[in-house]
Ligand binder design. Structure first.
Ligand SMILES: [Zn+2]
Length: 411
């Protein structure tokens, strides 16, 4: 492919992606109404409903500004040769392909953090604050940013260095060796995420003995789910929104409840939510999604290995230097339609899995408690309960609350 063609493709892909995002947004906004829709009567009262609509609008406004800004910034970086300029700048000080790539991405990441920081700050301390969700202090917020950046620098930087090293050693075996490396890290992280990464951000303590612990253990025993790790996490440190999740594989598996969930839901409702999570495990959803992401990563590395040797990728971004990192950026954009497409497939599968986990909870525990629990969580977090179906198709990993209730009630 010629340099011009690649450049045109890159600009077309970025623009189409931006246009698609705007269309989906407009569709979704069509479903905003001032009056409470029939389907939501009994879930939202008038006042809460009005609040949920204005929360949606506030989030939408800031999301719109930030996505326009990042679209314009990316296009300008490409047409004005910004990436090439950063590459030249870093080349003044570094020459080894690994340190060069690390230096390059350090500059790019700092630039992009500078753009995204005000939005993140505004979302937390203005929007979330206004609706009473924010519990984060400025100190926690800044520390989170710092820790997040350090983790991506160490983990991302380490992986990138290893991948470039593999590439310089072997171009023919590159794709599967890089794939094996990423596969190892993905499996390792899914097993140790809760014990290695989460503690950097939150405190997790074992759930104390008592009514809730007994209820959960009794249910787990009944369905033959071996469970010795129930943890409570201080989610209230950042937000009043409740949550629960399941992590790890095999003997490393653990269930984590946010303290905010325990405050808000009754014992039966919490057990029902956990029954849903156990349903995911029993139906092997966790395992399937790891295997599928591994497959996708393999496909991506294979295509990447076919293209990365082509200097036109770097040239399209405005430089005559054949550089791995510029090739990586160009490839990332060229590959994005494929990853969007695969992502859609993953969302379809994930929504199907959610119905299955709900059905599992309904069969082995009871659907009423799950429905009540899900309602409470949706209402207290002011969820948008009437998103546009096409918007749901593209973005939602979970069916909407109404769809889930209908499915559980056999409608
Ligand atoms: Zn689920």
């Amino acid at each position: 492919m010629s340099t011009e063609l690649i450049l045109i493709l890159i600009l077309v892909i970025l623009s189409l992606d931006f246009i698609l995002e705007r269309i989906l947004d407009i569709l979704n906004r069509k479903n905003w109404t001032a009056k409470i829709p029939k389907a939501l009567e009994g879930i939202y009262d008038e006042e809460k409903y009005a609040k949920s609509q204005s929360y949606e609008k506030d989030k939408h406004r800031i999301g719109f500004i930030s996505s326009v800004l990042s679209f314009v910034a990316t296009i300008l970086m490409i047409v004005l040769g910004g990436f090439a300029w950063v590459d030249d700048l870093v080349r003044l000080y570094l020459s080894n392909p690994i340190t060069l790539a690390l230096g390059f991405f350090a500059v790019i990441m700092m630039g992009s953090s500078l753009i995204s920081f005000p939005f993140s700050y505004y979302s937390t301390f203005v929007i979330e604050e206004k609706y009473g969700f924010n519990r984060s202090t400025l100190k926690t917020f800044l520390l989170d940013k710092l820790k997040g950046a350090s983790i991506s620098a160490i983990l991302g930087g380490g992986l990138l260095s290893l991948i470039i090293w593999i590439y310089t050693m072997t171009t023919t075996n590159f794709w599967w060796m890089a794939w094996a490396l990423i596969a190892f890290v993905m499996v390792f992280m899914s097993m140790f995420y809760s014990s290695l990464i989460v503690p950097l951000f939150n405190k997790q303590t074992r759930l104390e003995d008592g009514e809730l612990n007994t209820a959960i253990s009794t249910f787990a025993d009944k369905v033959g789910f071996k469970l010795d790790n129930i943890y409570v996490m201080d989610g209230s440190k950042r937000s009043s929104k409740g949550n629960a999740y399941f992590s790890g594989l095999g003997s490393r598996k653990r269930i984590v409840l946010f303290d905010t969930l325990i405050d808000e839901l009754s014992t039966e409702e919490i057990v029902a939510v956990l029954a849903h999570e156990i349903g995911h495990y029993k139906k092997k959803h966790t395992l399937t999604s790891i295997v599928l992401s591994l497959l996708q990563t393999g496909i991506m590395f294979y295509i990447f290995s076919l293209l990365i040797g082509n200097i036109s990728l770097s040239e399209a971004l405005g430089t005559t230097n054949h550089s791995f990192h510029l090739g990586l950026i160009a490839f990332g954009i060229l590959y994005s339609p494929i990853s969007t497409f695969l992502g859609l497939g993953m969302n379809v599968l994930s929504r199907k899995n959610e119905y299955e986990a709900d059905a599992y909870a309904a069969e082995h525990y009871n659907s009423k408690s799950l429905i009540d629990g899900l309602k409470k969580l949706s209402v207290s977090s002011l969820s948008n309960l009437t998103p546009h179906p096409i918007y749901v198709f593209f973005y939602y990993s979970h069916p909407t609350l109404l769809q889930r209730i209908n499915a559980m009630q056999g409608k």
